[in-house]
Design a binder for this molecule. Structure first.
Ligand code: GRG
Length: 296
């Protein structure tokens, strides 16, 4: 695939712009929706997210010698799912947050009903987009995989267990099972969708899956560490002594140093699982480092 530059950061910027254009087109004038609903969907979709999930789809497609354009519906679908999950997660019934990415949350900017419905419409449209993938047999596979990752077996189930922790809460196994579903399943399926739309083989698909599972957990550890560092900075306390909002986190369970070590091990393992992709996996290898080194 022809790319403007070899630097991952530049590539990510350029590909995120392509994702933005595609999202803009998919939710443009031709998309039939009441004005208020479209406005709320677009408000949250274009609020300055990192576009990590669509980039995973595109990078996986690239690593499997697939075409960027062919992967774009799947890339936009996962960002719609991610955005819906954040809108619903911010609602009073869940985290009750007023701000997201430094701006009022969707239900604060509009109202609660509109935010719920904007999330519903994004979730639904994501599957509508996947249905346009050719050939239909690949579309069907992508729909089934995304439903599994985003639904009760994955993200929604993880969110439920986070809100209502079952027996056994408080162990590392529990925490990793929770995050594998709540955030990891969506990150992993991004890589699988990129592979599937590119018609890749089982060995590469397995490698992408194992890579995704590990970067998913590493992403969560990085998120917990950013949280704990942010709150320590805010109140001038020692890092690792407390967990954000009283929730179980890696630093609260393992301490800061061991959490960092765990993230490093996961990134090393993730990179090893890229072996079936050969040199074509080099950008995904760099992305694994970016995920734990990011500052937001
Ligand atoms: C409501 C069904 C439902 C699920 C919510 C994803 C999720 C489940 C909740 C989000 C809670 C949270 C902050 C989890 C930590 C990891 C995470 C998903 C962070 C946000 O993802 P980024 O950093 O966000 O990719 P941006 O803003 O860059 O898009």
């Amino acid at each position: 695939m022809k790319v403007a530059t070899d630097s991952l950061a530049d590539l990510m910027r350029s590909w995120s712009e392509r994702v933005d254009h595609a999202l803009d087109r998919y939710l443009g004038e031709d998309y039939q929706a009441p004005g208020l609903l479209r406005e709320a969907m677009r408000y949250s979709l274009f609020a300055g997210g990192k576009r990590l999930r669509p980039l995973l789809v595109l990078l996986a497609a690239d690593a499997c010698m697939g075409a960027l354009d062919k992967a774009m519906p799947a890339a936009c679908a996962v960002e719609m799912i991610h955005t819906y999950s954040l809108i619903h997660d911010d609602l009073p019934a869940m985290d009750d947050d007023d701000l997201r990415r430094g701006r009022p949350t969707c239900h604060r900017q509009f109202d609660e009903a509109t935010a719920i419905l904007a999330g519903d419409a994004l979730l639904t449209q994501a599957f509508g987009l996947l249905a346009t993938i050719e050939p239909p047999v690949v579309a069907g596979k992508c729909v089934a995989e995304l439903a599994h990752a985003a639904g009760a077996p994955g993200m929604v189930g993880g969110q439920v267990d986070d809100l209502h922790p079952p027996e056994g809460e408080g162990t590392l196994d529990w925490l990793e099972s929770l995050h594998s579903r709540k955030t990891g399943a969506l990150l992993t399926v991004c890589l699988r969708l990129g592979g599937l739309v590119s018609g890749t083989d089982q060995e590469r698909l397995d490698g992408l899956t194992a890579y995704g599972q590990r970067i998913g957990l590493a992403f969560q550890i990085a998120d917990d560490l950013l949280d704990v560092e942010g709150s320590a900075e805010a109140v001038g306390k020692e890092v690792g002594k407390d967990s954000a909002a009283g929730k179980r986190t890696y630093p609260s369970l393992l301490g800061v140093d061991e959490s960092r070590d765990r993230a490093r091990v996961l990134v090393r393992e993730a990179r090893e699982h890229l072996a079936p992709l050969g040199p074509a996996g080099h950008r995904l290898a760099s992305l694994a480092d970016f995920i734990v080194e990011r500052d937001h």
